[in-house]
Design a protein around this ligand. Structure first.
Ligand code: GRF
Length: 236
């Protein structure tokens, strides 16, 4: 016989994490979140999908899923700081616990990021600290790398330079092209993103004073995606 305290059905569940997604393009990473949520694999509430491109397919995916959307045109603002101030204040109005940059292709003004420290993450298609910025697949091929991958990290004012959460690796095959690498990696990105958001939604992973912590313990190294699971120091 279980006591009420032991019965998982009666133990308090954390409320679903409220997530806003920023995306500039296709939105396949957003779709991975939408699918995981629809299939009951991810306890999040998507409160907003915002874009700097009114025609981003990511916005259409959100509309189809009944998620509120927002498109703001950078050209309508005098500079980066005023665009980002407006964007992030509109995002804040939806009160997300977490902002996910999923193919969001703009550098974000440092002042706009201040209020979101530890509450904004990005997925980047390289094994950071290698290849910050653009053309990561091209640069990995040009360097003759045999391993390539994707990284999830907390966002800071330093482009693709914030604390690493987790990475997914793929092997570079002879004859690989930018497109073949990008396509093979994208499947792993989707799983990596969902797995990281899962840990944050479960309130198991956060950015603390000692760095990225899992279950209260600072990670000595980024978690690694193995198969469908994140593994590492104490990823149980
Ligand atoms: C992904 O490769 C992501 O890592 C990068 O941009 C791409 C976005 O793809 N930052 P999608 O828009 O999510 O399909």
């Amino acid at each position: 016989m279980t006591t009420p305290a032991e019965d998982p059905a009666l133990s308090p569940q954390p409320s679903p994490l409220k997530v806003a997604v920023l995306a500039s393009g296709r939105g396949s990473n957003l779709q991975a979140l939408l699918d995981a949520r629809r299939e009951g694999r991810l306890a999040i509430e998507l409160v907003l999908v915002a874009s700097d491109k009114a025609d981003a397919p990511a916005l259409r995916r959100a509309e189809e899923a009944g998620i509120p959307t927002l498109a703001l045109a950078p050209k309508a603002y005098p500079d980066r700081a005023s665009f980002d101030a407006e964007l992030f204040s509109r995002v804040a109005a939806h009160a997300p616990d977490l902002i996910v940059l999923a193919g969001y292709m703009r550098v974000i003004d440092a002042a706009a990021l201040e209020a979101w420290s530890g509450r904004i993450i990005n997925i980047h298609p390289s094994l950071l600290p290698k290849y910050r910025g653009l053309h990561t697949h091209r640069r990995a091929l040009a360097a003759g790398d045999t391993l390539h991958g994707a990284s999830m990290h907390f966002v800071t004012a330093e482009l693709d330079g914030g604390p690493l959460i987790a990475q997914a690796e793929i092997h570079v095959h002879p004859g690989d092209t930018e497109d073949s690498l990008a396509e093979r990696l994208l499947h792993r990105e989707h799983r990596l993103l969902v797995a990281c958001v899962e840990l944050i939604a479960a309130r198991r992973l956060l950015l603390g004073a000692a760095g990225v912590c899992l279950d209260g313990v600072p990670l000595p190294a980024p978690l690694r995606l193995e198969g469908e699971r994140l593994v590492g120091a104490s990823a149980g």
